[in-house]
Ligand binder design. Structure first.
Ligand code: 3HC
Length: 286
């Protein structure tokens, strides 16, 4: 990566998004510390990176030596207090405002004073996250898409006090990762989820009302609109609980009933049918 600023990076949260983000930074030359409080989650995160890299090597888009070098640039930690050295820290913990608040308070206390604190939040306000720190000018949204190694977009979200210097640095870092950054302002759901989630929600209403079968709904959007995945398959990939959380943020934040989560989505989340990660969502993955 071109800038020294991003030589050492930390990613907080070893789940799907966190391990994907760690992988792309490490693939591009950053020394990455992947942090999770849970040792098992860290182990699973590293295994996910290894198998994702194996996929890239199999496709002959990376040599085995480069994949090994990428793995060698990754280290693990269970302590946020270790992150004193990095100039860019990207948080990708679960989508709960209280958890993010606590992570940002700690990061603000321990991180280098110049460090930029990014959040991969899909819908929580960057301005609210930044309010937990004494450096709101250095707090910014860095919203990657799932699967992170494949999807080209980084939605870069400016909080109310995010500085131009922070925005420029993060836009440049995203480009150095081979991604296309798009700047957005801090309104509920930003652009990506404000546009995507109503479509997914509407697909669930169509299913609930019996307009078509799940396969029918997905096929209409795949073949009719050239979407790579139908909306119900995509919801299963994202996680139905995540979709519901984002719709709640849109509904609450924008106050329009067009964002009202479909009762079927609520029922499935209550039943623990969360999509691929739980083995069952609109489709069965067992
Ligand atoms: N790691 C590395 N490479 C991967 C990968 C991974 N985890 N997953 C897929 N790939 C690669 C494959 O190796 C393959 O490479 P190739 O082009 O050289 O053959 C390529 O990606 C395509 O994968 P597949 O052939 O296995 O499968 P598909 O062609 O069906 O593509 C997909 C899979 C890329 C997931 C595609 O279906 C897609 O783009 N789906 C839509 C995804 C989407 O919309 N994501 C955004 C979700 S919203 C979000 O994340 C925001 C959040 O806030 C909710």
């Amino acid at each position: 990566m071109s800038s020294d600023l991003f030589e050492k990076v930390a990613v907080i949260g070893a789940g799907t998004m966190g391990n994907g983000i760690a992988q792309v930074f490490a693939s591009c030359g950053s020394h990455v510390t992947l942090v999770d409080l849970n040792e098992d989650a860290l182990k699973r995160g590293m295994e996910a990176i290894e198998s994702s890299l194996a996929r890239v090597v199999k496709k002959e888009r990376m040599t085995q030596a480069d994949a090994d070098a990428t793995m060698a640039r990754l280290s693990k930690s269970t302590r946020l207090e270790d992150l004193t050295d990095q100039r860019l820290i990207v948080e990708a913990v679960s989508e709960r405002a209280d958890i993010k608040a606590s992570v940002f308070k700690t990061l603000d206390a321990v991180a280098h004073p110049d460090a930029i604190l990014g959040s991969n939040t899909s819908s929580i306000s960057i301005t609210e996250i930044a309010a937990n720190t004494k450096r709101p000018d250095k707090v910014i949204g860095m919203h990657f898409m799932n699967p992170v190694p494949v999807m080209k977009l980084v939605e870069v979200i400016r909080g109310h006090q995010t500085s131009d210097a922070t925005t420029d640095a993060v836009m440049a870092a995203s480009r150095a990762l081979g991604k296309e950054p798009v700047a957005a302002n801090d309104y509920p759901g930003f652009v990506s989820n404000r546009v995507l989630m109503p479509m997914i929600n509407e697909a669930v209403f169509c299913l609930m009302e019996g307009v078509a079968t799940r396969e029918g709904i997905d096929t209409v959007m795949k073949l009719g609109m050239a979407h790579p995945m139908g909306p119900l398959t995509l919801a299963d990939l994202i996680g139905l609980d995540v979709c519901l959380d984002i719709l709640e943020v849109l509904h609450r934040g924008l106050g329009d009933d067009k964002y009202r989560p479909c009762p079927l989505l609520r029922r499935m989340v209550a039943a623990g049918c969360l999509g691929r990660k739980s083995g069952r969502g609109f489709y069965d993955y067992q």
